[in-house]
Design a protein around this ligand. Structure first.
Ligand code: AMP
Length: 214
């Protein structure tokens, strides 16, 4: 099962993507996580990506597309995968479609987690991420067991630079101008499914499993 998650930053698509990956036994591939790991490891890619990410801008397509096309050909992705945060532009979607055609494969579902802008800023300011393992929490909707500490690895939780309110509005503007057109793109491919992302986490997941089947 090859799945793409669509939705505004902060719509909860990352959380749902992880749940889908666990339920269906397929890898969760997050371009944001890949960039953050590169930043942490001080790679050239990380250095380049950071300048864009800190401003709420998209990393250029040419730095993104090859990375994903390579990742989806790894052995663990043979049965499928859930892409989270990619594609984010029409050229990225076209690059993916072309690569999949060459591989004789295709996307089965593009799931749009729909949340109005008015909910987003509030949600993002409550997000916290682990400095070490990248696990994400929300101070209201998905709180860690101990405030400010990661359940998974015991490290400190922080508000990521790109989740700060001044960056969030920029990311929303970028989403509307560059990513939202993908809804039409995947509707035309006949694979778009929308879920109501304003519901609580488990309800959204139930909507998704109903689409994907048991
Ligand atoms: P995310 O964790 O998916 O919200 O991504 C965090 C940031 O990483 C974004 O705001 C972008 O700067 C960058 N990023 C992640 N995925 C992509 C992508 N597919 N294309 C361009 N930039 C991306």
């Amino acid at each position: 099962m090859r799945i793409i998650m669509l939705g505004a930053p902060g719509a909860g698509k990352g959380t749902q993507a992880k749940k889908i990956a666990a339920r269906y036994g397929i890898p969760h591939i997050s371009t944001g996580d890949i960039f953050r790991a590169n930043i942490k490891n001080g790679t050239e890619l990380g250095k380049k990506a950071k300048t864009y990410m800190d401003q709420g801008l998209l990393v250029p397509d040419e730095l993104t597309c090859d990375l994903v096309v390579d990742r989806i050909q790894q052995p663990d992705a043979e049965k499928g995968y859930v892409l989270d945060g990619f594609p984010r532009t029409i050229p990225q979607a076209e690059c993916l479609t072309e690569a999949l055609e060459k591989l004789g494969s295709k996307i089965d579902y593009a799931i749009d987690v729909d949340v109005p802008d008015s909910n987003i800023v509030n949600r993002m300011s409550g997000r916290r991420a682990c400095v070490k393992c990248g696990a994400t929490y929300h101070i209201v909707y998905a709180a860690p067991k101990q405030e400010g500490i990661c359940d998974a690895c015991g490290e400190k939780l922080i508000l990521r630079d790109d989740d700060k309110p001044e960056t969030v509005q920029k990311r929303l503007d970028v989403y509307h101008s560059q990513t939202q057109p993908l809804i039409d793109y995947y509707t035309k491919q006949g694979v778009l499914k929308s879920v109501d992302g304003t519901k609580d986490l488990d309800e959204v997941f139930a909507q998704i499993t109903q689409i994907l089947g048991a």
